[in-house]
Unconditional design. Structure first.
Length: 120
């Protein structure tokens, strides 16, 4: 979040949006997001055409071996994950962009109407 805020100030973009968008990835949502990215990548690459899908459940880990186990797990997901992650990021970026634009437009129109009703 700190990095997003600093880049938002540096690039002069919407600070609250930059800060809030970092909240959708957290320890509770990262595995479902990767599973969604894998499914999207498998759909786009045609990986599920008669093949068994990868095991998306996390393997057994300890505090000592978790980095290597996680890396092996991600690498085993292969091309569908490599294709799905950028597609999911692009999809979220497009949906987020247009959602913020529509929300901003709705707020501006509401404020204009409120101001016009006060003048009457």
């Amino acid at each position: 979040m700190i990095g997003a805020v600093l880049l938002a100030v540096l690039l002069r973009v919407n600070l609250p949006v930059a800060a809030v968008t970092t909240l959708y990835t957290n320890p509770f949502t990262i595995v479902p997001l990767y599973a969604l990215a894998y499914q999207l990548g498998a759909f786009v690459t045609g990986h599920n055409n008669g093949q068994s899908s990868a095991n998306l459940s996390l393997p057994e880990m300890t505090w000592v071996n978790w980095p290597t186990v996680m890396l092996d797990w991600v690498v085993s997901l292969g091309k569908p994950l490599a294709a799905g992650l950028p597609l999911l990021a692009l999809s979220f970026a497009i949906v987020g962009y247009f959602s913020v634009r529509m929300l901003w437009y709705a707020i501006v129109v509401w404020e204009w109407r409120k101001r016009a009703s006060r003048r009457r």
